[in-house]
Design a protein. Sequence first.
Length: 317
Amino acid sequence: MYMAYGWPQVIPLEQGPCPSQKHIIYLKVTNRLFLVVSPSHLELWSSSQHKVRLGKYKRNAESLEREGENIQAVWSPDTKLIAILTSSFFLHIFKVQFSDKRIQIGGKQPSGLFLANVSLLLSEHVPFADKDLTVSNFVSDNKHLLLGLSNGSLYSISWKGEFYGAFELDPSSCDSSDASISPHSLGNGAASGRAPADSVSNHNTTSKSSIVRLELCLLKRLLFVLYSDGQLISCSISKKGLKQTEYIKAQNKLGSGDAVCISVASDQQILAVGTRRGAVKLYDLAESASLIRTVSLYDWGYSMDDTGPVSCICMDT
């Protein structure tokens, strides 16, 4: 279901071959388009007043059996490419190309919608597939992607399918602050808040917390990394985006170590952090990540016994 012009509409998505493939693993709305990715296929729709499916890509049974179901996805900011990681650790890169022919929607006037061709550019087995790791979500700019791993490292990949390897952040080097981030402090040498790693296998998987969520604000050049133990780290990135991993530096710890989910509204420059105590903290990224306010269910007469911790947050970009 989606809301357009004030009322809800139901989108008739295609069903997968089995019940486990009926849920949605990724949903993104941008530039009057929205992308839906399920375990077995992806669909591209218009998000305007008229609901029109512009394109799709459906994997066959052989591909699903050999490479596993889709588990993570990300859409490039320029909407030209889609990356999907499968349960058997295959990386699929898709190209989205719009035709020149406008779609006719009733009447004689053509709409502003164009059919899209979604094609598979490459399918590669990721290098860390045999390391018994789990993964976080993707974040990306128009050139590179980052993925968090359960051994506490980040993995860098290009949109061309080039695997640049793993590297670590050092949370112990961060300042503990709920009000201060220095997003443009980049330096010229090796980043002090980052520890390089030659390969994923060099990490101690028992002593490090898993990375469970990544969020990226390209406008402020900030990367947020959430660990399974509740630590939330803000990192600065280079002016060139995610390409130069040596300049991705851990800078500040946000909150008190009880974060369970995060979401960034990039255009509004707001970071929302859900906590184990059932509260949501809002940070203003335009003002050095200063805490704007804390929204607590307790203020509406609820207790933790009623609601439990915050489970997820989603904000419009």
